[in-house]
Design a protein around this ligand. Structure first.
Ligand SMILES: *Cc1c(COP(=O)(O)O)cnc(C)c1O
Length: 430
């Protein structure tokens, strides 16, 4: 199996950025999320470089929902990233990680007045998703005595090649304002006293392995930008969203690079802004691409069983990594303590959750397994821990970060007490 450069096999053990996964699992226990900080730095620089070599005004906004650990967001903040935030919680995480408010965009199709007020209070720009929200925001900003800077989220009505649950720019999607009603929305915004339109935003979906759909989205966006400058809107930024996918099937998926993305998108963007006579910042919002492959989920085999097929029952399930159950997603698995043994037996790797769908990896050729073996689930850094739960009464596992020779916890494991700490006994049960 093709491995990215931070994953190596030495003496039969899988290593991440030079650290032996077998020792990490002994030290911290399993299940365990392990992230290479240096890999995230490389991925960010790679993305940023591909765009900034073609246009000087680039701002990368990390999609905070992909991984909300402060240690990770802090690394990205240091590198100059802002964030796409989708809740008050993500907004506060991004600020706490050291991302300046001016590099944040508050997205989302369903915000409360309190969410809007928080963004206004911190001077965070808001991507407005409806005219109803526009007028609510105008009221919130008036009360606060502020001007809210906004973009509208455009629904470009584009079909994209990805799982339907993560295609977000379809004509039928819940997100954004249909592209043909966008000029009217900006006219409305211009008539609001406490709102100032300064940008335009779209996001067509996630885990997209072709670059051509991004070019089509860029085309729609620059066309609208041109029309808007005719209306007197001064666009300071044009945000093309995130969505560049990663090759979860290491040996067979296409692996578009930021360079491929830039080659497809930048000519369209540059020609479009030239035609419009504007020079906005170009914002992009990658999540998965920056963090997915930096992280392994290490899980121990509890037992093996031969039934109608062979099962390896491990200690992590969809409580910790829901992507296989939720999106039929594929993740490569490696037996970390026999990483160079021949792949001779087919196993289905199943978690400890009381559901038939709790399968991490189906029908994989692996070395012969026994209880105590250690399995590494690859590419678990995006939408992994971030989507975890305590389902089935399972405290979440710890997360560790490796950086050079160092290893440290970046989130402790939850305890059984964490299961009950937010529960309140109703008075009649005292
Ligand atoms: C999820 C999301 C992203 C990031 O998507 P990735 O596929 O992880 O790059 C960016 N922008 C918005 C608005 C999103 O909802």
């Amino acid at each position: 199996m093709k491995l990215p450069s931070h994953l190596t096999i030495q003496n039969g053990h899988l290593h991440i950025a030079g650290h032996d996964c077998v020792s990490l699992a002994e030290t911290y226990g399993t299940p365990l999320y392990v992230t290479s900080e240096d890999r995230i730095r490389d991925r960010f620089r790679n993305y940023h470089q591909a765009l900034s070599s073609r246009y000087s005004q680039i701002q990368v906004l990390f999609a905070a929902k992909a991984n909300g650990n402060l240690a990770i967001m802090r690394v990205l903040a240091q590198l100059g990233a802002g964030a796409d935030v989708f809740s008050s919680g993500e907004l506060l995480l991004a600020l706490e990680a050291g991302m300046p408010a001016k590099k944040l965009l508050y997205n989302g199709s369903s915000k409360t007045k309190n969410d809007l007020a928080l963004a206004v209070q911190h001077g965070v720009k808001i991507s407005v998703d409806s005219l109803d929200e526009l007028h609510q925001l105008d009221g919130v900003a008036r009360k606060a005595g502020k001007i809210a800077e906004i973009s509208f989220r455009v629904n470009p009505a584009l079909e994209v090649p990805t799982h339907p649950k993560i295609a977000t720019g379809l004509a039928t999607s819940k997100f954004g304002i249909p592209y043909d009603r966008i000029p009217a929305a900006y006219k409305e915004a211009l008539s609001c006293k406490n709102v100032k339109p300064v940008g335009i935003h779209c996001h067509i979906g996630s885990q997209i392995l072709e670059v051509e759909p991004f070019a089509r989205a860029a085309e729609v966006m620059v066309r609208i930008a041109c029309e808007l400058s005719g209306l007197g809107v001064n666009l300071e930024f044009l945000d093309l969203g995130g969505g560049l996918g990663i090759p979860y099937h290491h040996d067979s998926d296409p692996a578009p690079t930021p360079e491929d993305y830039a080659n497809a998108v930048m000519p369209v963007f540059l020609a479009g802004i030239k035609a419009a006579g504007i020079t906005p910042e170009l914002w992009i919002e990658p999540g998965r691409f920056l963090v997915a492959d930096s992280t392994l989920l290490l899980t121990r085999v509890n037992s093996v069983k031969s039934a109608h097929k062979r099962f390896a029952n491990v200690d992590a399930g969809f409580n910790l990594l829901i992507r296989p159950a939720m999106y039929d997603a594929y993740h490569e698995v490696i037996v970390a303590n026999h990483a160079d043994a021949p792949l001779i037996t087919e196993y289905t790797v199943t978690g400890p959750i009381c559901e038939t769908g709790d399968i991490l990896a189906a029908d994989r050729k692996l070395p012969e397994l026994a209880s105590g073996d250690l399995i590494a689930v690859l590419d678990a850094g995006a939408y992994g821990y971030a989507m975890s739960s305590q389902y089935n009464g399972r405290p979440r596992c710890p997360e560790v970060l490796v950086h050079g020779n160092e290893v440290a916890l970046m989130r402790r494991g939850e305890t059984l007490a964490d299961l009950t700490c937010s529960m309140v006994r109703p008075p009649w049960q005292q």
